[in-house]
Design a binder for this molecule. Structure first.
Ligand code: PLP
Length: 413
C-alpha cells in the first residue's frame, strides 16, 4: 500500500528542492488562519508600502489610467521605448555610463528580472556570491537556476558592510557572479563608495559579473548618499543594475522594474549572455504594459519620496522610533538603518535563549498578534536576528515594539 501511495503522490520537481522563500513561509500561513478567525494581525513582515497609507503619487495613477486604452497589446519584449528612454536618462543622472535603449530590460518587478538573470547566466554548479543576510529571492533564484549560492558575511560591527576578506576567501574557480544589495534589505546599510570600489576590484580580478540590486536607492536617511555600482565600474566590467517602482514610488502591485547592463567593453564580450536574456524576455512576451506607462512619469518629475525621508517625514520618523524602541530593550541592539524600509536587530544570544528563530516569530504571532520575519529566512546563519518593517505609523510601531520587548522577557536566560 505504501508503494501505491507513493506512486499516486504528486511531488514537486527536483529543481525546487533547495529553493526557499521564507518571507512568505509557514508562519504567514498561521497569520492567515488567525485572520480568518477574525483576529487582527500587525504585519511587520513585508515591505509593501500601499497598505500602510503610502500611496503612489497621483500623477503616476493618472498617467497609467490615461494610457490604458493604448496599452492593450503586447509591446517589445524589452519594454516600451518611452519607459526605457526614461530609465536611460536615470542612468545619466546616476552616472552609469554608456547605457543605451538596448541595454535596458523592463520586467514584471525586479523579482522577475532576478530570476531571468540567474537563469540566463548559470550552469549547474556555478557559484554566485550573495550577501548574508540577503533578500532571499537572490538565493532562491540561484538555486532554481542550478547554481550554488555562496553567502558572504556582512559585518554588523561595521554598519553591516560586506566583509571583503570573507568575499575573497569564498571565491573558487566556479564563481561566476557577485550580488550587492545597496541600500540593503534587511539591514538598511548604504555602502560607501570605497566599499563598492573594493568589491568591484575583487570582481574584476576574478572576472565576475556584478549584480547590483538598488531598488531602495531613493529611500535614504540622515546623510546617506547612494552611489550606483555601475558608476564606479570600469568599462570592461559587466554590471547588471536592478531597480523599479515598488518602493520609491509606492506601487509594488503594478509589478514594474528594470534591469540595466553597463560596461561598454564588457558588453561586447557578453553578447551571448545578452542574447540569452533576450530569449528569456521574449519567451514571456513582455512585461505588464499599463504599468510601464508609470515609469516615465515616476522617474521624470518631482520625487515625492523625499518628503517622506527628510527630517519630519513619515518614513524617517518611523525609522527613528523603531531604532529607539529596539535599543531600549536590554539585550537587543539595532544598527541604525541608513536606507530602505527595515530594521534587523540583534537579540544577544548571551541574554536570550533562542534556538529556533522561526518558533520565536511564531510565538510572537500567536501571543501578541505581531508578525515579523526570522533572521534565518534571510540566510543569516544564526537564530539571533529578526526583521521588522518600518512602514506602520510611529505610534503603532512604538507600541508593537514595547510589546515585543515584554514578550522577549520569557526568553531571557
Ligand atoms: N530586491 C529587493 C532587495 C527587495 O527588497 C525586493 C522586494 O522587497 C525586490 C527586489 C523585489 O521587488 P519587485 O517588487 O520589483 O519585484
Amino acid at each position: 500500500p505504501d508503494a501505491l501511495m507513493d506512486s499516486t503522490q504528486l511531488t514537486k520537481s527536483h529543481k525546487l528542492e533547495n529553493v526557499c522563500y521564507d518571507i512568505r513561509g509557514p508562519v504567514l500561513n498561521h497569520a492567515k488562519r488567525l485572520e480568518e478567525e477574525g483576529q487582527r494581525i500587525l504585519k511587520l513582515n513585508i515591505g509593501n508600502p500601499a497598505p500602510f497609507g503610502f500611496e503612489a503619487p497621483e500623477e503616476i495613477l493618472q498617467d497609467v489610467m490615461r494610457n490604458l486604452p493604448t496599452a492593450q497589446g503586447y509591446c517589445d519584449s524589452k519594454g516600451l521605448y518611452s519607459a526605457r528612454k526614461a530609465v536611460m536618462q536615470e542612468c545619466q543622472r546616476k552616472d552609469i555610463p554608456g547605457v543605451g535603449i538596448e541595454d535596458i530590460f523592463i520586467g514584471n518587478g525586479v523579482s522577475e528580472l532576478i530570476v531571468m538573470a540567474m537563469q540566463a547566466l548559470l550552469n549547474d554548479g556555478d557559484e554566485v556570491l550573495i550577501p548574508a543576510p540577503d533578500y532571499p529571492l537572490w538565493t532562491a533564484a540561484a538555486n532554481l537556476s542550478g547554481g550554488r549560492p555562496v553567502h558572504y558575511l556582512c559585518d554588523e560591527q561595521a554598519d553591516w558592510a560586506p566583509d571583503l576578506a570573507d568575499i575573497r576567501g569564498k571565491i573558487t574557480s566556479h564563481t561566476r557572479a557577485i550580488v550587492l544589495i545597496n541600500p540593503n534589505n534587511p539591514t538598511g546599510a548604504v555602502y560607501p563608495p570605497e566599499v563598492i570600489r573594493e568589491i568591484l576590484a575583487i570582481a574584476r580580478e576574478h572576472r565576475l559579473v556584478v549584480f547590483s540590486d538598488e531598488i531602495y536607492d531613493k529611500i535614504l536617511y540622515d546623510d546617506a548618499e547612494h552611489v550606483a555600482t555601475g558608476s564606479l565600474a570600469d568599462d570592461d566590467q559587466l554590471v547588471v543594475t536592478m531597480n523599479g517602482l515598488s518602493k520609491s514610488y509606492r506601487c509594488a502591485g503594478f509589478r514594474s522594474g528594470w534591469m540595466i547592463l553597463s560596461g561598454n567593453v564588457a558588453k561586447q564580450n557578453a553578447r551571448d549572455f545578452l542574447q540569452g536574456l533576450e530569449m528569456l524576455a521574449s519567451m514571456r512576451l513582455c512585461a505588464n504594459v499599463p504599468a510601464q506607462h508609470a515609469i516615465q512619469t515616476a522617474l521624470g518629475g518631482y520625487q515625492s519620496i523625499n518628503d517622506l525621508i527628510l527630517p519630519g517625514g513619515r518614513l524617517r520618523a518611523q525609522r527613528d522610533i523603531t531604532v529607539e524602541k529596539l535599543n531600549a530593550i536590554p539585550g537587543v541592539s539595532c544598527t541604525v538603518p541608513k536606507g530602505a524600509l527595515y530594521a534587523f536587530p540583534r537579540l544577544d544570544p548571551k541574554v536570550f535563549n533562542i534556538h529556533d528563530d522561526e518558533k520565536l516569530v511564531l510565538d510572537l504571532l500567536l501571543q501578541e498578534k505581531i508578525l515579523l520575519v526570522q533572521g534565518t529566512a534571510f540566510n543569516w546563519p544564526d537564530p539571533d536576528h529578526v526583521r521588522i518593517v518600518t512602514l506602520p505609523w510611529a505610534e503603532q510601531l512604538g507600541d508593537a515594539l514595547e510589546r515585543f520587548g515584554r514578550f522577549l522577557e520569557r526568553y531571557r536566560q
